[in-house]
Design a protein around this ligand. Structure first.
Ligand SMILES: *[C@@H]1O[C@H](CO)[C@@H](O)[C@H](O)[C@H]1NC(C)=O
Ligand SMILES: *[C@@H]1O[C@H](CO)[C@@H](O)[C@H](O)[C@H]1NC(C)=O
Ligand SMILES: *[C@@H]1O[C@H](CO)[C@@H](O)[C@H](O)[C@H]1NC(C)=O
Ligand SMILES: *[C@@H]1O[C@H](CO)[C@@H](O)[C@H](O)[C@H]1NC(C)=O
Ligand SMILES: *[C@@H]1O[C@H](CO)[C@@H](O)[C@H](O)[C@H]1NC(C)=O
Length: 561
């Protein structure tokens, strides 16, 4: 727990069975056990559960309104990001909410700990027996078939009627996430020619920073502003190796100073083991392409360990960690994702709102769009409809898809994209999505949600990226390549903005969709899946490559430099 503020329950003499006096009402439920899990039986009543309680936020509508104001280029408040205190004031629960929830927990002799900087998340540790009474439920053991991992969840739980409007959700309950949460990046070993060539023709064999600089017009000039940082998140014991970064930069950015490295932060028991054989492909890719593209922009690698009790692989803890910082990075890139329908709406919405809080503070949140084409991030998907990647489907993140080829660039076949079932079409992309839907007509009707937020927002190359891992060179594919690359571009733009005395980009989506001409539109390729050809890349926005790939000079103009 990284936030102070334990709320001590009054020692209460109430006998077990108190809930009989409370009027309970079902708060969240799911119709069936999610695919990939099987019910083993009831969880033993003395087993300890770590639960989180999300409290109603004081003024979430005010937060979203403020986010749009500071992020919409035509607004008079554009760029005037909120301070940590201003965000917390909008998000902190009211004293009425705190009292109501504490009275409820006190009646069961439960102590809670505040685990988010605004005080909107509490953690409690209770036995299954007490949790079953508190929430009028039956926590059960479920096995995740692929990994064999057992988790304790339920299909439905209740809270007292008088707490409706005070409690958003209790978690983990009906959201069935299962470890291990590993990057799916596959890699092939490659030997490099003795002399490296940065000719465009070399890019047909492998993509390195020089190819991306040439293709997108990314300058090699070093950044000057140390306050502007890029954050890279790592999960699933994927560790970033400093010696490998040195070797990578030495080979592929010989012009850069030879002491560029990254800072390591850890939460949830995270580590960053530097044994060469422990280098993670994902973590190395993400650090090598942020540092390798955003010349001299400071990079921080956040290693999120396995002791996260947030029931969401550490995503919640990560968001709360960045919110707790006085100066969070101005861009955060994450190349991990899950399926939207594996997360309850209430939980997904709470996490999405945490990204909105970071956006309001001036931080851009980037996620790779997923590598399963129209199947999203999913495995075992029955394909009764297309999959949806989360958090990419949250409107407050910028989702990055993948392309390949150079003349012209085309969509990478695995680049996930589609439409959310949880969030409607936001105003910033309304006309872009409407054009695509009118092109689509009846095709795939029923397989995707025509009222949902479309993703990805943008894309970059994502095939045959060269990386160094365990002192050797490898090629990797995935939208995992694209998100750090785009983060590098935004890191450099932010550096120029800060140097000019302007604000960083923060939540970028309204800016991106109103600056479509700063992108090279990708108009061919598709993202097959579920036995279909998937969506096609066409002129204008599409749910494969978004608005297209960045043109640095045009982006500089678009930001007013
Ligand atoms: C709650 O905290 C108080 C004071 O620290 C302690 O005496 C009590 O045992 C705790 N109760 C539980 C259920 O952990
Ligand atoms: C929990 O299980 C017991 C025994 O199977 C059953 O009687 C009870 O109704 C269940 N409670 C809930 C809330 O599902
Ligand atoms: C990456 O994709 C390319 C093009 O489809 C393929 O030739 C290559 O084998 C893939 N590499 C890996 C590591 O999967
Ligand atoms: C490398 O680091 C040293 C000190 O650690 C610093 O003096 C030097 O300027 C750096 N070199 C470059 C090229 O940035
Ligand atoms: C489709 O998206 C809308 C808007 O977010 C949502 O209200 C609706 O429930 C979704 N439909 C399905 C079938 O999920």
């Amino acid at each position: 727990m990284f936030f102070s503020g334990t709320i001590v329950a009054a020692l209460c003499m109430l006998a077990q069975g108190t809930p009989l006096s409370l009027n309970l009402q079902v708060h969240e439920s799911r119709a069936s056990v999610p695919k990939g899990f099987i019910l083993q039986g009831p969880a033993s009543s003395d087993m300890l559960l770590s639960l989180r309680i999300a409290l109603a936020q004081n003024n979430v509508d005010g937060l979203i309104a403020a986010l749009y104001e500071v992020s919409t280029p035509t607004s008079s408040l554009y760029g005037q990001h909120l301070s940590k205190a201003e965000v917390e004031q909008l998000i902190s629960p009211t004293s009425e909410t705190l009292d109501a929830v504490n009275d409820w927990l006190n009646a069961f002799d439960i102590n809670s700990t505040v685990v988010s900087p605004a005080g909107d998340w509490l953690a409690i540790s209770v036995s299954v027996g007490v949790a079953n009474e508190l929430l009028d439920t039956n926590f059960s053991v479920y096995t995740h078939q692929l990994s064999g991992q057992q988790i304790i969840r339920t299909l439905s739980y209740s809270i007292p009627t008088h707490l409706k409007g005070h409690v958003e959700l209790v978690h983990p309950t009906i959201t069935f996430s299962a470890a291990p949460f590993k990057s799916s990046l596959s890699a092939t070993r490659v030997s490099l020619p003795d002399t490296l060539s940065s000719e465009p023709s070399a890019c047909e064999q492998y993509v390195d920073p020089a190819c991306l600089q040439a293709l997108y017009g990314i300058p090699m000039t070093p950044a000057t502003e140390t306050s502007n940082q890029i954050g890279v998140t790592g999960y699933g014991e994927e560790w970033a190796n400093e010696a490998d970064l040195d070797q990578f930069l030495g080979e592929f950015r010989p012009d850069m100073s030879n002491n560029v490295t990254f800072v390591v932060d850890t939460i949830d028991g995270g580590e960053n083991n530097q044994d060469p054989s422990w280098a993670g492909f994902e973590a190395n890719l993400d650090t090598q392409y942020t540092a390798g593209i955003a010349t001299d922009v400071p990079v921080t690698f956040l290693s999120v360990g396995e002791d996260n009790s947030d029931g969401l692989y550490g995503f919640l803890d990560t968001a709360n960690y960045f919110l707790s910082l006085d100066n969070p990075p101005s861009v955060i890139t994450t190349s991990y994702g899950i399926d939207e329908d594996d997360v309850s709406y209430a939980l997904a919405n709470t996490l999405c709102n945490a990204y909105a809080q970071l956006g309001a503070r001036g931080t851009s949140i980037l996620f790779s769009s997923g590598d399963g084409g129209v199947e999203g991030n999913g495995v075992n998907d029955a394909c009764s409809d297309f999959g949806v990647s989360f958090p990419s489907s949250c409107p407050y993140v910028t989702s990055v898809g993948a392309t390949t080829n150079f003349d012209p660039e085309t969509a990478a076949y695995f680049s996930s994209g589609g439409f959310s079932n949880y969030w409607g079409i936001p105003s910033f992309q309304a006309s872009a999505v409407a054009s695509y839907l009118s092109y689509l007509g009846d095709t795939y009707a029923g397989l995707y949600n025509a009222s949902g937020r479309g993703y990805p927002d943008v894309s970059t190359q994502g095939i045959n990226f060269i990386i160094v891992a365990d002192e050797q060179t490898w090629m990797v594919n995935g939208t995992s390549c694209s998100s750090p690359t785009f983060a590098g571009v935004i890191g450099l733009l932010n550096d120029r903005l800060v140097a000019a005395g302007k604000s960083t980009l923060g939540w970028m989506n309204p800016f991106l969709y109103s600056s479509a001409s700063a992108f090279t539109d990708i108009t061919s390729g598709d993202n097959p899946g579920c036995g279909t050809n998937g969506f096609s890349a066409i002129a204008g926005w599409d749910p494969v490559t978004g608005l297209g790939t960045p043109n640095f000079a045009a982006l500089l103009t678009a930001v007013g430099l």
